[in-house]
Each structure stands twice: as structure tokens, then as C-alpha cells.
Design a protein around this ligand. Sequence first.
Ligand code: PLP
Length: 468
Amino acid sequence: MQYISTRDGRSPAERRSFDDILLAGLAPDGGLYVPESWPQLSPETLRGKPYAEIAYAVTEPFIGDALAPDEWRRIIDDAYRPFTHKDVAPLRELSKGLYLLELFHGPTLAFKDYALQLIGPLFDHVLAKRRDRVTIIGATSGDTGSAAIEACRDRAAIDLFMLYPRGRISEVQRRQMTTVPAANVHAISIEGSFDDCQDLVKEMFADAPFRRDFHLSAVNSINWARIMAQIVYYVAAAVALGAPERKIAFAVPTGNFGNVYAAHAARCMGLPIEQLIVATNRNDILARFFNQGSMALGPVEPTLSPSMDIQVSSNFERLYFELTGRSGAATAAAFKQFRASGTLPATPAQWQKARELFSAYRVDDALTKATIAAIYQNSKLLIDPHSAVALAAAQAARRDPAVPMVAVATAHPAKFPEAIQAACGIAPEIPPRLANLQALPERLVSLDNDLGAIEGFIRAHARLGARR
Ligand SMILES: *Cc1c(COP(=O)(O)O)cnc(C)c1O
């Protein structure tokens, strides 16, 4: 499989292999990498198979010859072994035809583990083969940070720097990042929003000498490997519910558009997805686009579901590229305009096409709390606020009650005890993996929203770079 940039698309010289795009993260022209074509699934062959086997079948065509088949197989088997549920990504039926897909059984209790536990060893493997090293930089709205730190800690060929918006993530999320004692990982709080953090990361990537000296790389969902790994649980869930004979619907709580784009990718690979609901919180730029046709930036507002407090959804560019008929030139022009004016241009035909592919629903904090309280009343089950956004949207925007609807549960309730307490007066039970967190010392680093300050910190702490 070869990959192209969403801002290039045409010139054959720019085609890249899997290991190249894994290490690069973002394309040099500022675009995101996408596969040149969609491999097609055979869901009927996956029925009853363990998660790791489904993961291998789904990802193998994307990897190409970057790894030997038995090496890749071993990495996958090892990656999902520490997950605490035997099904890895189990389905829970809430009522007839309505399900939760539980994606919080990994080491840091959010769905980000499902991709990052795979990507850490994948980086190691590819870097060892190339005798290379990288500096991974990223922005986190809360859960990517801890999942990436957990996946990369103490890896000899990786230094990791994670920017997070100060005071805008939950205390559990912060402690999961700042209490890890590994010398190669650094969590840095920035005075600003998630979008500010993400902008800083993009600016570092645009700083060509810095990018070159530090071999910058990314594990945010701009990295195609993240999306690839996330396709797997959509396939596993659909097959468990009767695909390919039966169609299926998903409601996905959305911030950076990565997770719901992975569901779309599964559909492009032939998974019979009847409806795909983009569920947003009050930061509803995506819901406004799908429902009203214009994508205009607003301020980022804090909500009960902080991992979705985002306005600029990076992965939307991958969808936009398709809406333009894979025109790199049109995509590049549109995203330049978005950056300059805060409004993304879309023709009526592009909007129409987008609406055929996605439904969208906005869930405010009141409805989020009411959903947490209702599900607790009905089934004595606690769900986290992000999962509640998905569930509320699933119930409100569902088109066909005959099609099984799966709300994607992206985090464990214990990551957001304050929100759960506010919704139903109950404190979620603390799972063993979080039990120690309060007692561990934190390593706190705070920097201004300033490119020079952050590059300076990385220069001083990365093991790669100008000193070599
Ligand atoms: C990251 C995250 C989301 C949003 O996922 P995107 O891929 O950014 O759309 C939703 N819920 C939780 C718990 C998250 O950590």
C-alpha cells in the first residue's frame, strides 16, 4: 500500500510507504496521509475470531512489506494481552438493539490505548530496523497524552513531548501523564486551549530545520497508523452483531474527527454501516457543518466531556479531500482559507455528499448529565460523559430502529469522577489501574503559549538534535 497527502494527491513522486508515513506523521506539505486506495474486507471470514486476529486481517493490507507478517502478528498479540477484558472491545446490550462498545479496557482506560498500545512497539520496531530515533510531539485534550506516554515510556529510540491545555483536563487525566517516572516522556501544560496546543505542534512541524534536527514525529490521530488501528473495533463490533448480512449503525463522540473517520474508513473497506452519527458536545462546529453546511470557527468552551473540547478537527481534512474528489490542490486551498478566515468553504454538492455519509447531533452538558443519570437509574451502570454524549446522540438521531445501534464508549467513568458525581451523586469505583495515582509525585512543567519557549524546552530535553 502506498500513501498520498491530502494536499497533494496527484504527483507519483510523493507516494510514500507505510513506514515512511508512520514516522513522518504529517506530510511535509502540511497535509494528512491517506491510503491510495481502500483494501476490501471479507467480514464473513472474521466471525467468532479473537480481537487480535481481526486486527491482523484489517491492518495487514495497510502495512505492506514494512514488517514481516509474523513480526506484525507478534506485535499485535503482545499489544492486546494487557487489556483487562477477554474480548478486548466488548459490546454491552443496553436495550433491544441498542449497544455500548466499551473501549476502555486498556492501560489508561480510554479508547486511545487501542491504537497507541500497537503504535509504541511498531515505532520501536521500524526505528530499530532503520537504526533511527524520533522525537514525538503531540497535543492532547486529555486521553491521547496518557495513552501515548504509557505506550512510549522507556523506549530507547523515542523521546515524547505532550502539550496539554492547563486546567482544562480532568485531574485523573493530568495525573496519568505527570506521575510516570520515565525520563524520555514529558507532559507540558500550556496556557491556552487544546486548539492552541495543536497549533503549536503544527508550527513545530512547519519549522523545517527543527523538524529535521529532531526527527519530529506524531502519534496524534493525524498519524494514519492511529486511524488504521481504530478501524479494527468497528469491524469486530459489526461482525459480532451479524455483518456482513446485517447492517449496523454507530454513534461516535467526536473531537478531532479521528475516531468517527476510522468508522468511515471501515465503511469504505466494505463494512455495511447504515448510519454514522457524529456526536459533539457544546463545541459543535462539526454538527453545525453537517446540519447547516457551514464550518465556522467559534471559541472553545469547557464542558463535562473535555476530550472533545475542540473546534479545529484535524481529521476532517481527510474527509474533505474525498469530498473534493481527492483534489490535493482544492483541499490545500480550502484549509489555507480556513486558517486565514476561520471559515471552511464547501460547495452545496460537497455538503450534500457529506450529509449522505454522516448524521450529526449536539449534546449539551445538561443532556449529558441527564443521560448518565438515566442509564444509572435503568441499569445501575455508570458511563463517562463522552460515552454519554454518544448515547444521547444515538437515541436522538437514530434513523432505523431495525438496525442495531452502537454507541461508542470511549472512556472509563473513573477518569471523570467529578462529572459522574454531578450527574447522579455517585462516585465511580476506582479500578486497580488508577488506585495509586493520588499518592504518586507529579512532574509538572508549565510553559507559555509560545513557540520559542516550547522549542527551547525540547532542545534542552530531547536526546536527539543539534548536539549530535
Ligand atoms: C479523544 C477522545 C474523544 C474524541 O475522539 P476524536 O478521535 O478526537 O474524535 C472522545 N472521547 C474520549 C474519551 C477521548 O479521549
